[in-house]
Each structure stands twice: as C-alpha cells, then as structure tokens.
Unconditional design. Structure first.
Length: 461
C-alpha cells in the first residue's frame, strides 16, 4: 500500500514490523516521506528502546522538526540517549524559541547538558528569553527575524534575505530598523517582489506598525493575531527597539494552551500540561481533589439552609421532590452565562466598562428564559407529575411556588454568571476560576432561599 494512502496507525504498525525484521533501510525510506508532525505521532507508537534508533534513521534536515513536535517526556528520553555530537546537531537546527521551550520543561541535569552543547552567543540569547515572565510576550518570541535598513534597495533586501534567511523562523515579513534597532517600518516579500530592484525600502515600507511590548501578556498577542490576521508580530522593548517576533504557530500554541487551561478551571480541575494518557493516576487525583474538597465544604451552606427549613419540608414533603430540578436548572443557567462572558472577555469583546450593558442584557435574557421554563414547568408538573405519575400533594399552590422559583432563580443565575467573571477580571483574577462550579454552589444556596421564601408566602407553611 502507498504511504500516502495509509493512516498514521498503519504506518506505525508497519515500522514496528520492519524493526522486528531489522529492515532499517525501508524504515528510513518511509520516514523520508512523512510530515514531521505525523512523525512525532509515530514515535509515540514505538517502544522507548526503538525511539533512539528511529530518530537516527530520520533524514538530518527533518530530525529537528520532528524533535520539536514530540512531547517533553519523549524529548527527555531521546536527549538521554544522544551523544554530545547528536545533541549539538539537533540544537543547531532548532529555532531559539523552541530551544527555550524545551529548556523550561527539562530537569536541571538535562538543561546543563543542553547549555553545555550550545555556543556562547546562543546561551546568552537563551538566558535573555528565560528572564521574561512566563505569561509575557517576551517568553514566546524568537529573536530570529529578517531586519532591513530604510536606505536599502529592493535588491539589497533580497540579498540579505538569501544570506540570512535559512536561520530565520520566517522570511515573509521583514522589519525595518534604524541604527539603534528602533522599529520604524515593516515590509513583506510580496511587496518586494512587486517593485523594481532599485526602489528604496523607505519608499515602500509600512510605517503604521502594530507591535507588542515584551512584558505584555501573551494572550494579548493572540488577540492581535486574531484581529489583524498576522503571520508574525513584532515585539519591542520599552524604548521601542525590536527584540524579537512572535510567529503564528507560537500564537496557536498559546491559544491551545489557554483554552485547555480554561476548560480545566471551568470544570474545577487544576491545570496539568501533560497529555491525559501520560498522566499517572496520582497526578490526575492531585489535579481534581483540591476543588472537589473546596466545593464539598462550600455545600455546607446548602445543608444549613435545608436544616433551617426542615420543619417546613416535613409539613409539605412534596416540596423536597423538586429541589434537585431547581438547583440543577439554576446552576446550568449560571454556567451558560459565565461561559459566554468568559469567552467574550478572553477575546476582548467586553471589559469592565461594559458591566452594566452586560447585566441589563443578561437580565432580559433571564426574564425570557425564566418565563419560558416556568410556563412549560407549570404544565409539566400538573399534567405529568400530578395526573400521569400520581404524585400526591401537588396543588396549584405548589405548582405556582415551583414555577415562580424558576423565574427568579434563572434571572439571578444569569446575573451572577455574568457579574462574577467581569469582577474577577477587574481584580486581575482568572475569570475561568469564577466559573461553573463556584456559580453552581452560590446558586444552589440562592435557589433554596427563593424556593422556601415563596413556599412560606404562598403555602403558609
């Protein structure tokens, strides 16, 4: 079967079979036809003993590209098996930001070995990047970019691109700097191709430049990529000297990482960067148990409310049957609102200044949702629960208490779901933390208070 027609799993199976038969030349031929990202997946399908040999069979120009795509555990395994010469060859082919990413995840012994096998200039650049805060734009930028001078001609620009381009992460977008490396313009290879060789760069470059500072949040960089459809974004220091660029692939990595982290937080799980199958049972337990304990203890408020109204529940036991539905609906309603608001905050669509607009909109949504659910519920309780299921104790008053509670609790839930994340953002907390689990806990308590309030007023219990 042709390699192009095979799935990654089938290719991995074939490579394992070729290993068993010691047909290394055939493995090398297969690897030469595979995309680096797919090659990294194949590494996960072979044993640790075979990974080193598999890496050595890769074409030299592709080895570093595959290495970058591997997870950190596999990279560590390979580095342990590399000779110093092999490690140096891989590091020479890596872009600097990729090397820094690897160093940040490796144990100290591996870091020392990596730094030992890099030249002094590269070590200095690595140390500079490592000094930036973890969530800053500077931490994900690369200093490998094409820079030009405004008095260069188009011909000069092409000569410089050809000379320095092989070592740069991208050559499509070029940056124009002055003698002090201040960013003064930007120009693309497309612009250069469409003009004469003797045209000056200063006459062609774009001077209205969108850039980001080294200490700005890396999520801000992602928002700029989304807004302006950049392939690369320049990063400057406080004096507006160009110190690096962020490429679109790095922005996508940040986006994926932030989305994963938010999903974990919204479901009360501590974030762990390891893939699920790479995590031990103990690590999964650690990532989940803290929030489960917090939420379990916070449910004490619900218990206190139930105990306070125990006598009323005893007087009309049918009320107990509808508590799970009411608390579940309020939690779901609040979770819907918080998810939408957190998403809008992350995209920069809303800010603290918009809080009253958001509250007013969610209030109206809550009224519509509450009235709709209450109307359906009134019919459902009367027809299904009372007549078809024969639940004793359901009266018009009980049905009215349940339906009115739905209206009020859903309005409250929508309000809480939108206010908490916005306030969290204003207080420089992660809005994802103030999400479904916490909102659900708060709304459980509020729902019960509203429920028993209506029961007391309407049913006189």
């Amino acid at each position: 079967m042709n390699i192009e027609e095979m799935t990654i799993e089938e290719i991995a199976e074939q490579i394992n079979s070729l290993f068993d038969n010691k047909k290394y030349s055939d493995i090398k031929s297969i690897l030469a036809e595979i995309n680096p990202a797919d090659g990294a997946i194949i590494f996960e399908e072979v044993s640790y003993e075979r990974q080193i040999l598999l890496f050595r069979l890769l074409p030299k120009e592709e080895a570093a590209e595959v290495f970058v795509e591997l997870d950190y555990d596999t990279q560590e395994t390979l580095i342990h098996g590399f000779s110093d010469t092999e490690l140096r060859e891989v590091l020479d082919e890596l872009y600097l930001d990729d090397t820094v990413d690897i160093i940040e995840e490796m144990p100290a012994t591996i870091v020392k070995r990596i730094l030992k096998n890099t030249d002094s200039q590269t070590r200095a650049s690595i140390n500079t990047l490592l000094k930036y805060p973890e969530d800053s734009a500077g931490s994900i930028m690369t200093p490998e970019f094409v820079d030009l001078k405004k008095n260069n001609t188009v011909e000069d620009a092409f000569k410089r691109i050809r000379r320095t381009g092989p070592d740069k992460e991208t050559i499509y977008t070029c940056y124009v700097t002055d003698e002090s490396r201040h960013l003064i313009g930007v120009i693309t290879v497309k612009d250069l191709l469409l003009h004469e060789y003797d045209d000056k760069i200063e006459d062609l470059m774009e001077t209205n430049i969108i850039y980001i500072y080294t200490h700005d949040d890396k999520e801000t960089a992602v928002q700029l990529f989304d807004k302006y459809d950049f392939l690369a974004l320049p990063v400057v220091d406080m004096e507006q000297r160009l110190v690096g660029i962020i490429t679109v692939d790095d922005a996508l990595d940040v986006l994926q990482e932030e989305n994963t982290e938010d999903i974990h937080k919204m479901n009360a799980i501590l974030h762990n960067e390891k893939p699920y199958l790479k995590m031990s049972v103990g690590e999964i337990w650690k990532s989940r148990i803290l929030w489960l304990l917090i939420l379990m203890v916070s449910a004490t408020f619900t218990s206190i409310i139930l105990n306070a109204f125990e006598a009323k529940l005893s007087a009309l036991i049918i009320l107990t049957s509808f508590i799970p539905m009411l608390t579940g609906t309020s939690g779901n309603s609040g979770g819907q609102a918080s998810a939408v608001i957190i998403r809008a905050l992350s995209l920069g669509e809303i800010g603290f200044k918009d809080i009253f607009k958001v509250i007013w909109k969610e209030f109206r949504v809550g009224v519509l949702c509450g009235l709709t659910l209450a109307a359906v519920n009134f019919v459902k309780v009367w027809v299904l629960d009372r007549w078809l299921l024969g639940m004793e104790g359901i009266t018009v008053g009980v049905d009215l208490v349940i339906s009115l509670t739905l209206v009020i609790e859903i309005i409250f839930a929508k309000m809480v779901g939108c206010i908490f994340p916005i306030l969290a953002k204003k207080l420089k907390l992660d809005p994802a933390v103030i999400s479904s689990p916490i909102i659900t806990t708060v709304m459980d308590a509020l729902s019960l208070l509203v429920y028993f309030g209506f029961a007391t007023a309407i049913l006189h219990i």
